[in-house]
Design a protein around this ligand. Structure first.
Ligand code: AMP
Length: 217
């Protein structure tokens, strides 16, 4: 299946995608994770995008579309992917169509992740990420066992520079103004499934699995 996870920043798309991809044969393609890896590795792309990411601004379309186009060259990825954080505007969605259509590939559905903005601001201020494996913690609901150290790989757990309250307000504005119109865009093209992600992750994963298996039929 080819799926897009669409939802506001901080809505838990990353944790949800990672949990779903453990249970289903999808490749999780997170543009945010890929960009963070470039920054960590100090690549030319990483150096040119760092200031956009730290400020919570969108990276220019040509760089983002190129990144995703490259990833989708791999046949294993383009047969079964879960795109997380892409597309983020209509131009990126059209660019994705332009990659998939000529090779006869279509999206199967869009999972539209819904969480109220107030909850997002709270969640994001408690969010921490592992520098090594990218595992996502929350200082209130799911902190690492040893402060500042990842339970899984032992590397440092840090707060993303774009996860502070002022930046998240701007990122939410960008989401509502530029990304949310994609719900309409995709409603005209494929199946859009609304998913309430304000509850417990395990319950949400189970609902998502049930909805995806219905969508497959
Ligand atoms: P995320 O991890 O999805 O919250 O993305 C973190 C940051 O990466 C965003 O605030 C942008 O700076 C950049 N980014 C990720 N995906 C995209 C995209 N599709 N278009 C432009 N910028 C992106």
């Amino acid at each position: 299946m080819r799926i897009i996870l669409l939802g506001p920043p901080g809505s838990g798309k990353g944790s949800l995608a990672k949990a779903l991809c453990k249970k289903l044969p999808f490749v999780h393609v997170s543009t945010g994770d890929l960009f963070r890896q470039h920054i960590k590795d100090g690549t030319p792309l990483g150096m040119s995008i760092r200031h956009y990411m730290d400020a919570g601004e969108l990276v220019p379309d040509e760089l983002t579309v190129q990144l995703v186009t490259d990833v989708l060259q791999d046949e294993k990825v383009r047969d079964n992917f879960m795109l997380d954080g892409f597309p983020r505007n209509i131009q990126q969605a059209e660019a994705l169509e332009a990659v998939l259509e000529p090779i006869g590939m279509k999206l199967d559905c869009v999972l539209h992740v819904i969480v109220p903005d107030e909850m997002i601001v709270n969640r994001v201020s408690g969010r921490r990420l592992c520098k090594g494996c990218g595992y996502i913690y929350n200082m209130e609901s799911h902190p690492p066992m040893k402060e500042g150290i990842c339970n899984i790989c032992g590397q440092e757990v840090y707060q993303r520079p774009d996860d502070n309250p002022e930046v998240i307000e701007d990122r939410l504005k960008t989401y509502h103004g530029i990304t949310e119109p994609l719900v309409d865009f995709y409603q005209k093209r494929t199946r859009v499934i609304d998913l309430d992600n304000s509850g417990d992750l395990e319950d949400v994963v189970n609902s998502a699995l049930a909805l995806l298996s219905e969508a497959k039929e």
